[in-house]
Design a protein around this ligand. Structure first.
Ligand SMILES: CC(C)(COP(=O)(O)OP(=O)(O)OC[C@H]1O[C@@H](n2cnc3c(N)ncnc32)[C@H](O)[C@@H]1OP(=O)(O)O)[C@@H](O)C(=O)NCCC(=O)NCCS
Length: 183
């Protein structure tokens, strides 16, 4: 399903703050950002640090894959501003499961969530997945704006993964936001 080549995605924010660059990278190839991801995830979801750390350390090219959204400032600083995790779905080869989508609190409401989802989908698309599933209790407006639709409650993936409402999106490419693929 995947190759061993690193795929990173860069996009200029343009309309947001000129000069900034955003990049989505696999955590296992940039594990210096593990602690920042851990802080962000455990602050929001209140799970045990040790448990979540094991999940972050599980990240591999062949899934599960942890993805980190980095923001490069003009002064050379690099900040972790978002995170998402991809998992395969055992009985649905061409679909990917997206979870733990998060933007750091101080960066919310500025369009980074859209960018994180766009780049996450692009990462999965590049690995030949054709659609994505996710579940959410409270953020359905965020996902439906991005084209996700509510799945029927008898969808087999629902029983496999979650009791929360589940959403699905088939990807139509090319993407709205073009990015350069450096692989
Ligand atoms: C959900 C989350 C990732 C959105 O990130 P964000 O950077 O604030 O989102 P953006 O600024 O890119 O907003 C994208 C769009 O979604 C909308 N949106 C974002 N959060 C929303 C919410 N809670 N309810 C309704 N609309 C929302 C924005 O208005 C915006 O709409 P627009 O494109 O028409 O302008 C962020 O709020 C977050 O990390 N929340 C905590 C973790 C979480 O709940 N994750 C989801 C788990 S299912």
């Amino acid at each position: 399903m995947s190759d061993s080549t690193e795929i990173t995605y860069s996009t200029s924010l343009g309309e947001s703050e000129s000069g900034e660059d955003i990049q989505l990278v696999p955590l296992h190839r940039h594990n210096q950002y593990t602690e920042d991801c851990l802080d962000m995830l455990t602050a929001h979801w209140k799970m045990k640090r040790e448990t979540e750390l094991l999940k972050l350390q599980d990240s591999v090219d062949d899934f599960p894959t942890s993805l980190v959204l980095l923001k490069y400032s003009g002064d050379g600083r690099i900040n972790v501003i978002g995170y998402s995790r991809l998992k395969t779905i055992p009985f649905k080869e061409q679909a990917i499961w997206i979870e733990k989508v998060i933007i750091n609190t101080q960066h919310r409401g500025k369009g980074y969530g859209n960018i994180l989802m766009d780049r996450t989908e692009e990462y999965a698309h590049k690995r030949n997945f054709k659609s994505a599933y996710l579940s959410t209790g409270f953020q359905h407006n965020f996902y439906t704006k991005l084209g996700y639709v509510l799945c029927p409650s008898n969808d087999p993936i629902q029983a496999w993964r979650t009791t929360a409402p589940m959403y699905q999106k088939n990807w139509l490419y090319p993407l709205k936001q073009q990015s350069s693929l450096d692989d």
